[in-house]
Design a protein around this ligand. Structure first.
Ligand code: G6P
Ligand code: MN
Length: 431
């Protein structure tokens, strides 16, 4: 069984490989192919991957290619983690809105909009290649904006696909650790869109223990129970817990950009670097480190990118599909009639059963009006952004950006859009 990783030159890849090795007793894959358009990163990450896997089982076939079709051909699973325009593109996405006193963020607000305009046409190209060369393969996508990618794949392709995000599983593990219960025993009642949702109730083995969480947050230093000391995760969790006290439900960390617009903007404007620039530094160090480990004697010395549950979720979902397990994961699907009040073709992030037929949403309780209002506006913004990206339609793009709750006026929307088109030379083309 062959598994392809599109965007294989990512610093996240060794972590993903480690996860794939962990599930080998239940998913007997024999071949890994890394594909990336950046030959330099592909060479570094490919060398480390080959070294790690040689130590696991010398019979595993490892290859690296810049040819997407070569990677797709013969694959049973295609894992996608592309970043169109690279981290340099992310930094532009983040910096340009700040000039207009608007939040600049990777996936939310104008930043996420620009990312979508660049990414969606490429995702569609990838999907067409898979339809043609490996129509039976599963595509598991982690590339952002994951919700819009999910909608695109569901509405415009015939692929067997799931689009995921590690925020919900991160919260699940955090709460399980804080409660000192096995991580798999905790289930969450969550509703929202990707990077915009609320954890309303917490269950352990089917029992609603939400009051215990309330108690824990009030009385204990719950931050010290976080399973990571990653700085970004710690800061975000503190903010979420503060909001929790006011909202009565646990918000996704990304809701800070909606609830605390001014505070977030002020923080970003004070910061010396954007998050993308910080990540550029992390990546530089990691790639040098990977090169060293690949040249050394001990493949086990590599350090991971950290701060994410990307690999864990990806391989669990892969195994749940392959082994028809029917496990529950929170992923992105078209709402159909799942979320009362949402358009049927809106892409929502909700608990789903994942088996060999893919992800099927479980019934959810209706969101409260405050949740629903924000979800509807952002879902409309997302739907219009997808149309604009596929049709390359300038007016639709402008109207979509203006609809985004982080954008104050049509005039500012237009200035930001024009600045993106100019800065992302050739990567955002609209007529
Ligand atoms: C989380 C989100 C991802 C996002 C990432 C950014 O893992 O689920 O969708 O891309 O954070 O993290 P970074 O470390 O790159 O800022
Ligand atoms: Mn995510």
């Amino acid at each position: 069984m062959k598994i392809a990783i599109i965007g294989g030159g990512s610093a996240y890849t060794p972590g993903l490989i480690e996860g794939l090795v962990k599930i080998r007793h239940e998913v007997c894959w024999t071949e890994i192919c890394l594909m990336d358009i950046d030959p330099e990163k592909l060479k570094i990450v490919g060398a480390l991957t080959a070294k790690i896997l040689r130590a696991v089982d010398p019979k595993i076939v490892v290859s690296a290619t810049v040819d997407r079709v070569e990677a797709i051909l013969g694959s049973s699973f295609i894992l996608c983690q592309i970043r169109v325009g690279g981290l340099a593109g992310r930094v532009l996405d983040e910096k340009i809105p700040l000039r207009y006193d608007v939040i600049g963020q990777e996936t939310v607000g104008p930043g996420g909009f620009a990312m979508a305009l660049r990414t969606l046409p490429v995702m569609l190209d990838i999907a067409r290649d898979i339809e043609r060369h490996a129509p039976e393969a599963w595509l598991i996508n982690y590339a952002n904006p994951s919700g819009m990618v999910a909608a695109l794949l569901a509405k415009h392709t015939k692929l067997k696909a799931i689009s995921i995000c590690d925020v919900p599983i991160g919260i699940q593990y955090f709460l399980a650790d804080a409660l000192k219960v096995n991580r798999g025993r905790v289930k969450l009642d969550y509703v929202g869109l990707n990077h915009l949702g609320w954890f309303r109730r917490v269950f352990v083995e089917g029992k609603d223990i939400t009051p215990l969480i309330h108690q824990l947050v009030k009385t204990k230093d719950i931050i010290s129970l976080l399973p990571t000391d990653d700085e970004k995760t710690v800061t975000e969790t503190k903010m979420m817990l503060q909001l929790y006290n006011r909202l009565g439900v646990i918000p996704s960390p990304y809701l800070q950009y909606y609830y605390l617009k001014r505070e977030c903007l002020a923080k970003q404007q004070e910061a010396e670097k954007t998050r993308g620039e910080v990540v550029q530094g992390i990546e530089r160090v990691l790639l040098a480190h990977f090169t060293e480990v690949a040249a050394g004697d001990d493949a086990g010395l590599w350090k991971s990118r950290g701060g994410a549950w990307h690999s864990e979720l990806m391989v669990n979902i892969l195994s749940s599909i392959h082994n028809d397990k029917g496990e529950e994961y929170i992923v992105n699907v078209l709402s159909k009639s799942t979320v009362p009040g949402m358009a049927h073709d809106a892409c929502v992030e909700v608990p789903c059963i994942v088996d060999s037929r893919g992800a099927r949403p479980l019934p959810v309780e209706a969101p409260t009006l405050d949740m629903l209002g924000l979800m509807q506006v952002v879902a409309a913004y997302e739907a219009l952004t997808i149309e604009a990206a596929l049709e390359k339609n300038y007016r639709k793009a402008l109207l979509a950006l203006n609809l985004n709750p982080l954008v104050p006026s049509l005039d500012i929307a237009q200035q930001i859009l024009d600045a993106y088109i100019a800065a992302h030379a050739g990567q955002i083309v609209l007529h």
